[in-house]
Design a protein around this ligand. Structure first.
Ligand SMILES: [Zn+2]
Length: 288
């Protein structure tokens, strides 16, 4: 494994960390059951000075065996009525790194929450185009997503609260004929395997990288804040199945620690590369 800046290699696989910007939440909003200063005392450095949780909105560009994947697509374009939102920067970040959306031939979604699907599609507002028409933002790509999340984002019980932008960022992919469904463990290339890591959403997936004897894992939203490396039972408002989330997170953190594997975590501080280490009986995130 070798890395510098926003780029890391794992065997023959190259991973570039791109960002759509940031999201911030008040503690009482995001961790309603873990919002006291006492609980956060050992982890204050992982909050903003205003005691908020701050999330980088990473998209990972992964090159493997001639394929170029993009894992997750951020929040999407800034809303016209809120031009100052701190997200919507992914296309500029592509450009800043000399990349083009046309480089991507596989878009892979860890799950279908709004901050992971935002740039999937571009509305077609030109003259004569149907106002409801969409084109893929990544014109050469097909789009991989989990069947379980596909079902969940159509469930009227949870769609409005959990998948509020699915109708414009996910559903039209079906009509465009661009979806590749993942049902359980799913091989993406010989070096990349999507594995079910449920809880945060029913179909949440992580991406295992295995090349030349080196391993890494892109964890999606199995974890949101560095404090949860130790406090794996701290469930957030965004975790749809609290108990399953705890089981999944605990097992992933144990695996990362025991195998010394590189972790790649989209909502941790940019670029999100690091390892789980144990010091005096507690687990820590050690950024690369
Ligand atoms: Zn997220």
């Amino acid at each position: 494994m070798a890395g510098s800046g926003n780029r890391v290699t794992v065997g023959n696989v190259e991973i570039i960390s791109l960002s759509d910007g940031i999201l911030e939440f008040d503690l009482c909003n995001f961790f309603p059951n873990h919002k006291s200063d006492d609980e956060w005392q050992p982890y204050m450095q992982h909050l903003t000075p205003e005691h908020k949780v701050r999330f980088n909105l990473a998209s990972y560009l992964v090159r493997s065996q001639g394929r170029t994947l993009l894992v997750d697509t951020g929040m999407g374009a800034r809303p016209a009525d809120a031009p100052e939102t701190p997200w919507g920067e992914l296309m500029q970040d592509f450009q800043a790194h000399g990349l083009s959306p046309a480089d991507v031939d596989m878009v892979v979604m860890t799950h279908l929450h709004r901050d992971h699907v935002g740039w999937n599609l571009t509305p077609q507002a030109e003259d004569g185009a149907d106002a409801t028409a969409f084109a893929p933002t990544f014109p050469r790509a097909r789009y991989w997503l989990s069947v379980k999340d596909w079902a969940a984002c159509h469930d009227p019980e949870v769609m409005p609260s959990r998948f509020p932008n699915a109708a414009t960022t996910v559903w039209p992919l079906e009509q465009l004929g661009l979806i590749e469904f993942m049902d359980g463990e799913h091989s993406l290339t010989d070096e990349l395997t999507a594995i079910p890591t449920p809880g945060h959403t029913p179909g949440h997936m992580s991406i295992r990288i295995n090349s030349q004897g080196q391993q890494a894992i892109i964890l999606g939203d199995a974890i949101h804040n560095q404090a949860q490396v130790q406090e794996t039972h701290w469930v957030s408002r965004a975790d749809m199945d609290p108990e399953q989330t705890r089981i999944t997170r605990r097992s992933l953190m144990e695996q990362l620690e025991q195998e010394g594997m590189l972790g790649i975590i989209g909502h941790f501080p940019y670029p999100g590369f690091g390892k789980v280490v144990r010091l005096e009986g507690r687990r820590y995130w050690q950024a690369l």
